[in-house]
Design a protein around this ligand. Structure first.
Ligand SMILES: NC(=O)c1ccc[n+]([C@@H]2O[C@H](COP(=O)([O-])OP(=O)(O)OC[C@H]3O[C@@H](n4cnc5c(N)ncnc54)[C@H](O)[C@@H]3O)[C@@H](O)[C@H]2O)c1
Length: 404
């Protein structure tokens, strides 16, 4: 018998997502007779205690009899239960300073940590994530900000729609001006952005057309790796080479800044990758972009005028073209930036259901049956010891003293 627990999210600000919906829990218990699922009581989760109870799932405070615990965000160290197996997004694999104590405590308490972010198919493709709904909400918010800025149309906030299905209805009858939208990226976030573009009836065009002509209707172009980056000397793009040597590449997005009204950014980015444009280039007279939804959302990252995170309640700020400083949104002489790190929380029920479906399809059978390479590769810590693939975290995991 295996008992699996869904923990209450403890990170502040509170996250209202969950790894499995009540219906998914019910279905799993049927499918795996050796499995019992318990849910830790929570007043703010997007699926209520009552919904779990109605699905026949036990709602409890104490999960100490569960062998496996599922969460979403980093678990506060004082809420970790020793010797359990945890699955959540730990954000420790890049030695993130703010989660060092978390990893140290996991080691000390002989916990096994399987990180959702590290669940990959054998070719390195990530298995599970919330990117699609981040793309949906981020694209919507970018379009909403442009409507607010120009007064040419109005879009309500996503969270007021309650579900993706209702959101889609909000797009029927939406009349957009003849704008040009640049969509960057090729992963889950980009898929979510493109979904919204298509639901809004915005036409996709080829990059040459996008740069060379105007249209009598709104259009978007999707720029993937080969469209965005070129080797500094050879001018070519090879995906594997680019991933290994990003510093040898330059970014081609500046070719699009004078043709684009809205940038919806969903690229993968880290410090070694070139930025989409330089900060000062927003001062150029032909820099046409007036709204950027930076869904990738790294401060001073792929979008160098990302000056930090906003909240779901207040998602937009301006950046002055003259002094590059933060302003109120929708000011003349500024560019509006939407930068929110927990976008899927605007559609938490849909995002949770989508996440749970991927978990059920690709992860839980592997976890419950045992002996899985996918699970092994995503295991950062086993019974309090770093696994060989994550031995590079040794210094990070042992430096300083543990305060928790
Ligand atoms: N704001 C939010 O709420 C939010 C939510 C989810 C994701 N995100 C961010 O959005 C970005 C994209 O996420 P996603 O879910 O689309 O990711 P993904 O894993 O689905 O796709 C990433 C894409 O980047 C490419 N890639 C992978 N490794 C790379 C490397 N080393 N160098 C260059 N390219 C590489 C892959 O080929 C893939 O096409 C990430 O930075 C993620 O952190 C933000």
């Amino acid at each position: 018998m295996i008992t699996l627990g869904l923990i209450r999210e403890g990170k502040v600000p509170a996250d209202n997502r969950v790894a499995l919906t009540p219906g998914q829990c019910k279905m799993l218990q049927k499918q795996f007779p050796q499995l019992t699922i318990k849910v830790q009581t929570c007043p703010t989760r997007c699926y209520t205690d009552k919904e779990y109870r109605m699905a026949g799932i036990e709602v409890v405070e104490d999960l100490s009899d569960c062998a496996i615990l599922l969460g979403i965000k980093e678990v506060p160290v004082n809420q970790l239960l020793a010797e359990k197996t945890y699955l959540f997004f730990s954000h420790t694999k890049k030695k993130q300073a703010h989660n060092q104590v978390l990893l140290q405590t996991i080691l000390k308490q002989h916990i096994t940590l399987i990180d959702f972010e590290c669940l990959e198919h054998s070719d390195g493709q990530r298995i599970i994530g919330f990117g699609f709904f981040a793309g949906v909400v981020g694209a919507h918010n970018g379009m909403m900000a442009y409507g607010n800025r120009t007064g040419s149309y109005q879009l309500e906030r996503v969270f007021k729609q309650k579900s993706f299905r209702k959101l889609i209805h909000a797009y029927f009858g939406l009349k957009l001006p003849n704008i040009k939208i640049g969509v960057t990226g090729s992963g889950r976030v980009a898929h979510g952005i493109v979904e919204v573009m298509n639901l809004m009836g915005i036409i996709e065009v080829e990059k040459e057309e996008y740069r060379s002509r105007s249209f009598e209707y709104p259009v978007y172009v999707q720029l993937k790796g080969a469209d965005l980056y070129a080797h500094k000397e050879e001018g070519s793009y090879n995906r594997d080479h680019f991933h290994e040597h990003p510093e040898q590449y330059r970014c081609l997005f500046p070719l699009y800044t004078s043709h684009t009204d809205i940038l919806l950014n969903g690229v993968y980015w880290d410090q070694n990758l070139p930025r989409l444009f330089e900060r000062e280039s927003i001062q150029d007279s032909d820099f046409r972009i007036s709204v950027i939804s930076d869904i990738t959302d790294d401060e001073n990252g792929s979008v160098p005028i990302n000056l930090g995170d906003q909240s779901i309640a207040d998602p937009v700020y301006g950046v002055s073209r003259s002094n590059l400083e933060k302003t109120k949104p929708y000011q003349p002489g500024s560019i509006d930036v939407v930068a929110v790190g927990n976008l899927p929380n605007e559609l938490p029920r849909d995002a949770s259901r989508y996440f749970g479906e991927q978990l059920i399809k690709f992860v839980l059978p592997e976890l419950l049956d045992g002996g899985s390479d996918i699970i092994d590769r995503a295991t950062i810590v086993r019974n309090g010891v770093l696994t060989p693939a994550f031995a590079y975290l040794h210094d990070y995991a042992t430096a300083g003293s543990i305060t928790a």
